[in-house]
Write a protein that binds this ligand. Structure first.
Ligand code: PHE
Length: 343
């Protein structure tokens, strides 16, 4: 009996020191100690030879021993779990993985989103419309009847099969669709791609992106237009940028003005981007022409409105000093990757 207790103690020491670093070794451990013909079962069998008055004491020792072996088995099993694949094929699973390259936003989308979020904060809603338009929404409704010379300002792509369809030359066509379906007060911005038949070069492309805005309500004034655009410029380019308005002409606005900002590249000293004037034009704007309002049944005696339109490429050029328009559509990763992390 005493001998048996001593033996259990030495088994404990042996088991305590046991190691198994593969699943096969762990299984061997289980069979050796916990299997149906294993050590624990064997010792349990000794119970028969224990005198009755010591059975209780011995039973306790045996139970403890069994628990001890089971715990050891569980811990060996846990230690090898997952390392299973280390066996055999020589793969080093601890090597770092291949980096997953995160995509980047296109610079034009980054800037478009910035423009949109500034106007959203002023209460403008986003409106979108089709890129293939009819003459009415792109020109007619915008106070450009068929023989209007100002149609030449925007070299238009017509659809061969049906020349009354065209690729929109500005997102004013979306403003037309909004006025057609909504009643004042109207406050929308229209971001989108537009097309003009221009020879592709560093300074011109056959498509580009615009954000146009339209605000119609009672008592909307030119002062509102200016203040809205001042706010936009400050949010977009910072407080140091200077702004100026120049009288201009658009068939759909009267009076009309173009807006310049002081050149961000040379800070007004004169450079290639500003053609050495210190100023760059960033948008066209004006008070919505009464004819346009009336085209949509909006009473021009009661309502007034302002509209503006800007090119996203131009704003991006100024923000990121991109000096060739073609870069935007060439999908050159060396260019696109420069905008990693910008949201
Ligand atoms: N639609 C004009 C363009 O594409 C921009 C503009 C919009 C000008 C609204 C004035 C008012 O050039």
């Amino acid at each position: 009996m005493e001998q048996l207790l001593q033996q259990i103690e030495s088994y404990r020491a042996e088991i305590s020191a046991a190691k198994a670093d593969t699943t096969t070794a762990v299984e061997e451990f289980r069979i050796k100690y916990l299997g149906t013909k294993g050590l624990v079962k064997n010792i349990m069998g000794e119970m028969r030879n224990v005198p009755n008055e010591r059975k209780k004491e011995f039973g306790q020792v045996l139970n403890d021993f069994k628990l001890f072996v089971e715990e050891k088995y569980e811990s060996l099993k846990a230690a090898t779990a997952g390392s299973e694949n280390n066996e055999g094929d020589g793969t080093d699973w601890s090597l770092p993985g291949d980096p997953i390259t995160v995509g980047t936003r296109h610079p034009l989308n980054i800037v478009r989103n910035q423009i949109v979020s500034i106007f959203k904060r002023l209460g403008f809603a986003v409106a979108e419309g089709p890129e293939i338009e009819d003459d009415w929404h792109n020109f007619g409704a915008m106070n450009l009847p068929e023989d209007h010379p100002a149609r030449d300002m925007q070299d238009t792509f017509y659809i061969n099969q049906n020349p009354s369809w065209l690729l929109r030359t500005h997102t004013s066509s979306v403003q037309a669709r909004v006025m057609e379906t909504q009643k004042p007060p109207i406050r929308v911005i229209c971001p989108g791609r537009v097309y003009r038949n221009e020879t592709i070069s560093a300074r011109a492309h056959c498509f580009f992106h615009q954000v146009e805005g339209l605000y119609i309500d009672e008592n909307v004034s030119f002062a509102d237009l200016k203040q809205t655009l001042y706010f936009f410029v400050q949010e977009m380019f910072g407080n140091d940028v200077k702004v100026r308005f120049r009288p201009s002409y658009f068939p759909f606005t009267e009076p009309s003005a173009e807006m310049d900002i002081s050149c961000l590249i040379c800070k007004g000293d004169g450079c290639n981007i500003c053609k050495h004037t210190g100023w760059v034009e960033i948008l066209g704007s004006g008070m919505v022409h009464p004819n346009v309002l009336e085209n949509f049944g909006i009473d021009s005696n009661k309502y007034t409105g302002f509209a503006f339109g800007m090119g996203v490429e131009r704003i991006t050029q100024l923000k990121y000093q991109v000096n060739d328009l073609r870069l935007y559509s060439q999908n050159d990763l060396r260019f696109l990757k420069q905008f990693t992390g910008v949201i």
